[in-house]
Design a protein around this ligand. Sequence first.
Ligand code: FES
Length: 106
Amino acid sequence: MPKVTYVENDGTEHIVTIPAGLSVMEGALNDGVLGIDADCGGACACATCHVKIAPDWRDRVGPAGPAETEMLEFAVDVTPESRLSCQITMSAELDGLVVHVPQSQR
Ligand code: FES
């Protein structure tokens, strides 16, 4: 099964195995990653699952869709690496993905 490394603000890493088909947000919640609250439960309606994709992974993860882009306008510290983790579905191609929790989220 694919794995994702989550890096919290203080550098703490969580390496989480996530079944294909679940979201990167669900993996964070399952492992108690600090700063990923996911208040809307994955409905692309809160932006509290904001993560920064590691540069090496940006092309493979791809860009945000239109609804996600609109919701990211409500997030703090948005950069080209920003994605909402509930909108990234795990697959074998994303095995080894690294995401960082933004400094604004604790
Ligand atoms: S969980 Fe609310 S936008 Fe991702």
